[in-house]
Structures are given as C-alpha cells and as structure tokens.
Design a protein around this ligand. Structure first.
Ligand code: MRU
Length: 347
C-alpha cells in the first residue's frame, strides 16, 4: 500500500487522519491514551478492524509509558485504559475483541514481571496489526473465488485498507480479484452522512488504479435496474450468531435492492467480527451520532436550524438477505447459526 492506516512508531500510535481525506493526506501521532481514544471517537480512524488494532496499540502505549515500579499499579492503569477505549464506540465488536486479546495477554504474562509484561503487550499489539493484514488477504482470496470475470461490484461505506490495518475486507475481495486477473470494477455509494464512500473508497481505489464510479446512495437501485451491477460486497461491524449483520447505515437498503434484483449480497469480514454471544441483529448496539453530521456538510448547513434529526450510524441486514459471509477461514452460507459456529470452531 502507498499509505499506512495505523502504525506503531517508537511508542506513538500513528494514524492517517481519515477526517481530512481525500483533500489532505496527513498523519496524526497519538502520544497519550486520551489522544488514541479521541481519535477513535472522532473518526480519525474508523472501520471495525482498524479501531480494534488501534485500541490494542493504545494499550501497548500505556504499557510502554508506565513508569511506576509496582505490578498492581500497572494492573490498575492498564485495565482503566482498557475501559476508556471500550467506551469510545459501541457497534464494531472488533474494538472489544482487540481489547480482550490484550487483557488475555496481560493475564498470561503477569508472572513475567513489569519488563517482561511490557514487552509481551507491545509484541501482542504489533502482532494483532500484522495479522489483520494477512487475514484480509486470505479472506480476499476466498471472496475473489466467488466472482466471475470482469465483476461489477457495488459497495457501501469503506471496508478497505483504510478500515483495516491494510488491504481491506470488501475491498480486499476487490483487490484479490484484481490480483487474480479478473478486472473488477466498483460502483461506490457515497455513504451519507459521513461520506466514507466518496471520500475514502474512491480515494483508495483510485490510488490502486482499480476502476471506480462514484454514485450517490439513492442511485444504487437505478444502477441495478439497468443491469450495471453483478453483485454487492460490503464489510460489517458485527455478525450476530444467526448471521444478521450490522454495517454502515444504508447497507440494509442496498441488501433489499439486491434481493429485488436477484443479485448476490456478500459480506466480507474477519472472524474477529463474528460475535457468537450476540444472538441476533436486534441485540447489536447501534451507535447514534451527532445530528450535525446530518444537518451540515463540511461545516455548511444543509437543513433548517433546529430541525429534529435522527443519525443512527449503522443498520442491521437480516441473514435471509445475506448470500454468504466471507472470512479468512472460509465462506459461511445459510443456515448461519450452524456455519458460523463451525467456522470459528465453537460448538
Ligand atoms: O462508522 P465507520 O466508518 O467506522 O463504519 C465503518 C463500516 O461500517 C464498515 O463497513 C465496517 O466497519 C467494515 S470495515 C472492514
């Protein structure tokens, strides 16, 4: 990749500032826990796997910076930091997965003493980041196998390199298809209100010279009715045990449209996005964001002052509308309550 989404650099958690793309490509070096938490909250970094990796690196930074000499003090500091990071955003389960993995590492290495524990935690967070890239490449290849030649893929939001440590999930499928010589083209929904499709998906695909056509969200049905879409590929923030998937607001609409037009609706995600403890989509917490994201575009008002606004950041697509869930361990199909358990090896 010609850019890095999230990196560990000499104790800093360095993030490409996604609020400023595509106008400016700038990087923010987070030097404190509060800066890391704020970066997740304000969407400097966003996308389910990317925020999981960032939270893990944030905990590595807490370990790196701890100057006290007693283990109990470090234990308190580390777990308070984990709570702070867990309170940043509610929907993407990868955030909690990353934090839990770091907590397990803490418990497993407590006996190694402060220095040993610190090293183990930093190594684990760096490993989580590296694994995320590998996992995306693997699931990308499984997804590419589902596509024909010259596939015309519609996607929603950004489930790309910017939403992961690199390569992407939905866009990982696109990249793997391109690497396999299948010549994919992408229709990218702009994804109101935060414009992840227009600002981020279009930007990263153009950087990779993968043909992309940007459309507003309300054009998707028209494009399908004209026969200009072969399939939909999206990412997800959380897959419930029954196969319901939460993803960026508007995804459900796209799934209904795909169903109406007989098009496959594929969801690409690492197994860290599968939450078997969440029985159905109704149990997934949906983040509600600032009304200003709806009433304003780049600081300019597009609605009357004082209007009542709803701004749910995610919606749930029921499993009946999902053709397949593509992971790094293989492809799950209905009945999901069985296939997802088999994939993650839990009976
Ligand atoms: O609010 P965001 O930008 O964090 O939402 C991101 C999405 O909905 C993505 O589609 C999802 O996290 C999958 S990313 C591989």
């Amino acid at each position: 990749m010609s850019f890095e989404t999230v990196e560990w650099k000499n104790g800093d958690v360095v993030l490409i500032d996604q609020r400023k793309l595509p106008v400016e490509e700038t990087y923010l070096a987070c030097k404190t826990l509060d800066q890391v938490a704020d970066a997740i909250k304000t969407m400097v970094v966003r996308g389910a796997p990317a925020i999981g990796v960032t939270a893990a690196l944030g905990l590595a930074q807490v370990a790196h910076q701890y100057t006290g000499s007693d283990l109990d003090g470090f234990d308190k500091r580390f777990h308070a930091a984990a709570d702070t990071l867990a309170a940043t955003r509610p929907t993407a389960v990868n955030l909690f997965w990353g934090i839990e993995r770091m907590k397990r590492c803490f418990a497993a290495n407590r006996a190694a003493g402060l220095a040993g524990l610190r090293k183990a935690l930093i190594d684990e967070a760096v490993r989580i980041r590296e694994e995320d890239i590998e996992v995306c490449k693997r699931l990308g290849r499984f997804g590419a196998d589902l596509l024909g030649d010259k596939p015309r893929i519609l996607t929603h939001c950004n489930a790309g390199a910017l939403a992961t440590a690199g390569y992407g999930t939905a866009l990982g499928v696109v990249r793997a298809a391109a690497e396999a010589g299948k010549s994919p083209t992408v229709l990218a929904d702009e994804t109101r209100p935060f414009l992840q499709g227009a600002r981020l998906t279009a930007w990263e695909l153009m950087k990779d010279s993968i043909p992309v056509t940007l459309i507003t969200d309300n054009m998707a049905g028209h494009m399908m009715s004209l026969g200009r879409v072969d399939c939909v590929v999206v990412g997800t923030d959380r897959v419930a045990a029954n196969g319901d998937v939460a993803n960026k607001i508007g995804t459900y609409t796209v799934a209904v449209l795909a169903h109406r037009h007989g098009l496959p609706f594929y969801v690409a995600a690492p197994t860290s996005t599968i939450d078997l403890d969440c029985p159905t989509g109704a149990d997934i917490p949906i983040e509600q964001r600032d009304p200003a994201e709806v009433t304003h575009v780049f600081g300019n008002a597009v609605a009357p002052q004082g209007v009542v606004v709803a701004n749910p950041a995610f919606d749930v697509t029921p499993h009946e509308l999902v053709t397949a869930i593509v992971t790094e361990k293989g492809v799950a199909t209905a009945p999901y309550s069985r296939s997802l358990r088999e994939l993650v090896g839990r009976s």
